[in-house]
Design a protein around this ligand. Structure first.
Ligand SMILES: Nc1ncnc2c1ncn2[C@@H]1O[C@H](COP(=O)(O)OP(=O)(O)OP(=O)(O)O)[C@@H](O)[C@H]1O
Ligand SMILES: [Mg+2]
Length: 271
């Protein structure tokens, strides 16, 4: 099968620093939900900003559905395919009201006003911002802004949804809602790429993940393998999911669970 997105021997450096990405390779197939995990400053956001051509490789390439982000004429097409939700919603939100912000992504789509309003309310409902249409964006709480930034990308229905730290500043119910939205999109065949250091969320969401640190890919693998490698995670300032930590402290536990549901099933057989 042909990958939908590839990052090939990517080198990037921020000017006048030694920070960047060094020989990063990543392959994502259609319909996968892939994670990028790593500590603060690992380069997760830098990598994600390359996926829709906001940052360009100094060496190597990023190919999205056959289009190279280095070809300026293809960047518009790439941005239609890759919907990127920024880590900080303040970097993304441009408009005065919630409705204007979500409608912005639907400009030039040829949809009628009625269809646009329907899509806006679907996107706002999906993130728990029902009836927020007239609210002024800069008066929203940080968590509300985060939800709005997700809604304004969801509404454009991108083939690849890229989310940078989507759970930060969301309350527990907000995280659960987000998990459900992403699972629903995943079930509908969307391709999803998420950067996070929220390991419980990572375990719940990802098919597989890349561990990134100091701008380099340290390893790649299924969450059952990567998120149970406690020494490796610790070496890179990460912790395994909560249930994994709990079971790692029990005697004779060979197959460490990463998800709460599996841990509950396991305990039910024991009690
Ligand atoms: N515009 C910039 N100019 C110079 N250095 C930068 C710039 N943006 C990021 N960096 C540096 O590049 C490195 C990677 O940053 P990046 O934001 O990609 O990390 P991250 O893994 O997303 O971290 P976090 O978990 O805190 O979001 C960091 O050391 C950061 O200080
Ligand atoms: Mg980041």
């Amino acid at each position: 099968m042909k990958p939908l997105l590839t990052v090939n021997n990517l080198f990037f450096k921020y000017p006048k620093t030694d920070k960047g990405l060094f020989d990063v390779n990543m392959t994502v197939y259609k319909g996968e939900c892939v994670g990028v995990i790593g500590p603060n400053g690992a380069g997760k956001s830098t990598l994600l900003l390359h996926l829709n051509g906001l940052l360009k490789p100094l060496k190597g390439s990023v190919i999205v559905d056959g289009f190279n982000t280095l070809n300026e004429k293809d960047v518009f097409k790439i941005r239609r395919i890759v919907g990127l939700v920024f880590q900080d919603p303040n970097d993304q939100i441009l408009k005065n009201t919630v409705e204007e912000e979500v409608a912005y992504g639907l400009l030039h789509t040829g949809l009628s006003e009625e269809e646009i309003l329907k899509k806006i309310s679907e996107a706002l409902n999906a993130v728990g911002l029902k009836d927020y249409n007239e609210r002024v964006t800069f008066q929203l709480s940080y968590g509300e802004k985060k939800k709005l930034s997700i809604a304004s990308i969801l509404v454009t229905d991108p083939e690849i949804l890229v989310l940078d730290e989507p759970t930060s500043n969301l309350d527990p119910a907000g995280v659960e809602e987000l998990v459900n939205i992403i699972k629903h999109l995943h079930e509908r065949g969307k391709t999803i790429i998420i950067a996070t250091h929220d390991m419980d969320f990572a375990a719940e969401m990802f098919d597989r993940c890349y561990l990134l640190d100091e701008g380099r890919i340290i390893c790649e693998g299924g969450v059952e393998t990567v998120l149970t490698n406690i020494p490796l995670l610790r070496e890179h300032r990460l912790k395994p999911p909560t249930v994994t930590q709990l079971f790692a402290n029990l005697p004779d536990c060979k197959n460490l669970p990463v998800r709460l549901k599996e841990a509950i099933e396991f305990l039910k057989t024991r009690l």
